[in-house]
Design a protein around this ligand. Structure first.
Ligand code: SAM
Ligand code: SF4
Length: 300
């Protein structure tokens, strides 16, 4: 265990399970997406951590002698910090933890509006190698209904900037986010956004509501033509089939293995596109034969 005190709960991408989680901010600076309850607790009100405190924590990690090869900057959008503060943090990591080979963070497209490609390249040279971007959808109508505060275009601009700076991108898209009414356009426009952006990693999660769907459904239904309802299993697979069949990616590691998914899919796109599509079609036709997660095995 790392000798740090966290303001709980702390979230990190599944692939960062071995990383040191360094909480350089508390909460999320946006915190308005109607599907996301991750930082709604009073304790999680957004606040950047003081640099002196961050330095003390990094020193205590160095003194602990624990192996630390990777660092994830938490919480929800550490990339909202100004360029100079991010640079300071990366320099501290370099100074006290020179063995670290990769620093990563969640990132909202708008976090990069005031950062130039040159500044991002400088951060990459200081160790920032990977950004996780919750695009959630490429469809502007869906993005407005979920109050993401982003659009197809703002997401594309950020993903392009990240690529130009030589930083890797990992995008999350949410299966089921548009309900039945917007399912098709959600899948088509999400595929279009990914085709234009060509991220290094793409993962899909099924939108889930462990604290209840009321907040989400209320906002959604106020503006959509029909009230929101969650997609059933076959509708989720149908949406996945549309998404996958429309994806034209050249070298993207694709993962749909988060605990929220019924069907686990893993591959490299485009190489494995047909195999993945076959798996989805099989699950659609013969769900009892496909190895699906049971309801009790699913989670967020
Ligand atoms: C902790 S959030 C931080 C991401 C970052 N703030 C962003 O929006 O890019 C990580 C991701 O968890 C996923 N997530 C959050 N709430 C979810 C929900 N209710 N159902 C499924 N996935 C969810 C979303 O894909 C979100 O982008
Ligand atoms: S999805 Fe990301 S931006 Fe939206 S509220 Fe959650 S943490 Fe904040």
């Amino acid at each position: 265990m790392y000798p740090l005190t966290y303001i709980e709960p702390v979230f990190r991408p599944p692939s960062e399970w071995k990383s040191l989680i360094l909480q350089v901010t508390n909460g999320c600076s946006w915190n308005k997406c109607t599907f996301c309850d991750m930082y709604t607790n009073d304790k999680k009100k957004f606040k950047p951590k003081k640099i002196d405190l961050i330095e003390q924590e990094i020193i205590s990690i160095a003194q602990s002698g624990l192996a630390t090869g990777r660092v994830f900057l938490a919480d929800g959008d550490a990339m909202m910090l100004p360029f100079n503060r991010l640079k300071e943090i990366l320099l501290l990591i370099k100074k006290y933890l020179p063995q670290v080979t990769r620093v990563s963070s969640y990132c909202l497209p708008r976090n990069l509006t005031n950062k130039t490609t040159e500044q991002l390249s400088e951060l990459r040279e200081l160790g920032l190698k990977l950004l996780y971007i919750g695009c959630e959808s490429g469809d502007d109508q869906v993005l407005a209904l979920i109050e993401k505060g982003e659009t197809y275009q703002s997401s594309l601009i950020a993903l392009t900037k990240i690529k130009q700076a030589g930083i890797k991108s990992s995008v999350m898209i949410l299966n089921g986010l548009g309900g039945p009414e917007l399912s098709k356009q959600h899948a088509l426009n999400s595929a279009k956004l990914m085709n234009e952006a060509q991220p290094d990693f793409l993962s899909t999660l099924v939108v889930s509501f462990p604290l209840g769907e009321e907040r989400f459904a209320d906002k959604f239904s106020q503006a959509a033509l029909q009230p929101y309802r969650q997609l059933n299993q076959s509708e989720l697979f149908n949406e996945m089939e549309v998404l996958l069949s429309q994806l034209n990616l050249t070298k993207t590691i694709f993962r749909s293995d988060h605990a929220s998914n019924y069907l686990v899919l893993k591959g490299v796109l485009g190489k494995d596109k047909e195999t993945l599509l076959e798996q989805v079609r099989f699950a659609l036709k013969q769900p009892n034969e496909a190895k699906l997660r049971q309801e009790w095995q699913r989670g967020l």
